[in-house]
Design a binder for this molecule. Structure first.
Ligand code: NAI
Ligand code: PHE
Length: 351
């Protein structure tokens, strides 16, 4: 844990232990340079509490980059509730309420929202003790799930990536492998099928792939065979950390462009992808649709048209990053980080 904090460079990380659930609780605020720290609450089981803290810190840092590149007036933060396993509903609810009170104690310096294994109903629970939760249910005055708009943003990002790699934005017949048929992967697969792509799906949940097979007629591959499956685009939409020195050499795709946060095990993996001739859409650029939805509707009062324009903008931003990376002979990860750091150096735009 000491090493994680020493090497991180964020503003602060709050920690607590919740006796009834056995969960370690982390709130990592990486940067408030551009506005209050924003980032979801992830509920997950980790091998050690230190792994949970590391995840919170790395995800918070990615949120700083995401907000900066998307031009959203927020900083980067994340919470992790590192649970020992599945929780009894009442114990889970009390853990969320305690987390909500911790979020509230920060007085708005940190705004949370849904992330892996938390949803709009959970944000409604947090809202019982704090107003600082994006993504409450529509019935409770929120903007609902961010996942469908995340999928829209990823779709625009895939179109831009295909245009850059192949010289045409047409998806007809392009083989796109969507790893994870969840809240983002499902609607993404549907949009891709509608655009004429040949969609291949994998998921550890047989039920989820079967649903997409039945409704969309997608091809199905077994989990873990994504890396060896020939395709034009590999879209990781499940967990992070899927790309590393062992999986990258196995990839048989031209593009990696998906929703998963932190798909690279480490930053230098961006360079490995470049060396392998694979165009990589940096996660914090292509998956900004969720933040655009939550912050656009709930903090900035945007209309649907404004949100849609910003989702389309994800494709434009990626194209600019690809051109900059080509011109400078650097990885797309590096080019995207430069955009973020330039915005962070300037500071918040006057409102
Ligand atoms: P989800 O939990 O609804 O879906 C994830 C799916 O991946 C599930 O169906 C699960 O069974 C499957 N899965 C898990 N491990 C797998 C593996 N090893 N191989 C194949 N499938 C596997 O999550 P959601 O909301 O769709 O998010 C997907 C990813 O996108 C996550 O990494 C999340 O952090 C990221 N993301 C989500 C946003 C949102 O608005 N929901 C916004 C930005 C990023
Ligand atoms: N957890 C999502 C993400 O990683 C959505 C989110 C964005 C939640 C901003 C809170 C704040 O982008």
């Amino acid at each position: 844990m000491e090493d994680v904090l020493r090497q991180w460079g964020g503003e602060y990380a709050l920690t607590a232990y919740d006796e009834p659930s056995g969960a370690y609780m982390f709130i990592a605020v990486h940067s408030t340079r551009l506005g209050p720290g924003a980032g979801g609450t992830r509920m997950k089981t980790y091998a050690t509490p230190g792994d949970g803290l590391l995840d919170a810190c790395r995800l918070a840092e990615a949120m700083t980059l995401k907000m900066a590149v998307a031009g959203l007036p927020m900083g980067g933060a994340k919470s992790v509730l590192a649970v020992p396993g599945e929780l009894d509903p009442e114990v889970r609810r009390n853990l969320l309420l305690r987390h909500g009170r911790n979020v509230h104690a920060l007085g708005g310096a940190y705004r949370t929202g849904p992330d892996m294994n938390t949803n709009s109903a959970d944000m409604d629970t947090l809202n019982e003790v704090t107003p600082y939760a994006f993504g409450r249910s529509v019935a409770n005055g929120g903007s609902g799930s961010s996942a469908p708009d995340t999928a829209v943003g990823v779709f625009h990002g895939i179109v831009a990536s295909v245009a850059h790699a192949f010289g045409s934005a047409d998806l007809t017949g392009r083989r796109v492998l969507v790893q994870g048929a969840g809240a983002v992967g499902g609607p993404l697969a549907e949009m891709l099928v509608k655009a004429g792509a040949h969609v291949i799906v994998s998921d550890v949940s047989l039920e989820r792939v079967e649903a997409l097979y039945d409704t969309l007629g997608v091809e199905v591959v077994a989990p873990a065979s994504e890396f060896d499956t020939e395709c034009d685009v590999y879209a990781p939409c499940a967990t992070g950390g899927v790309l590393d020195a062992t999986t990258i050499p196995r990839l048989r795709c031209r593009i990696v462009a998906g929703a998963a946060n932190n798909p690279l095990s480490q930053r230098s993996d961006g360079e490995l992808l470049r060396a392998a001739g694979i165009l990589y859409a940096p996660d914090f650029v292509i998956n900004a649709g969720g933040g655009i939805h939550l912050i656009g509707y709930e903090a900035l009062g945007w209309t649907t048209e404004q949100v849609e324009a910003h989702l389309i903008g994800i494709g434009t931003t990626l194209t600019e990053i690809y051109r900059a990376a080509d011109a400078e002979g650097i990885s797309t990860e590096e080019a995207a980080e430069r955009v973020a750091h330039a915005r962070l150096a300037v500071g918040p735009s006057p409102s």
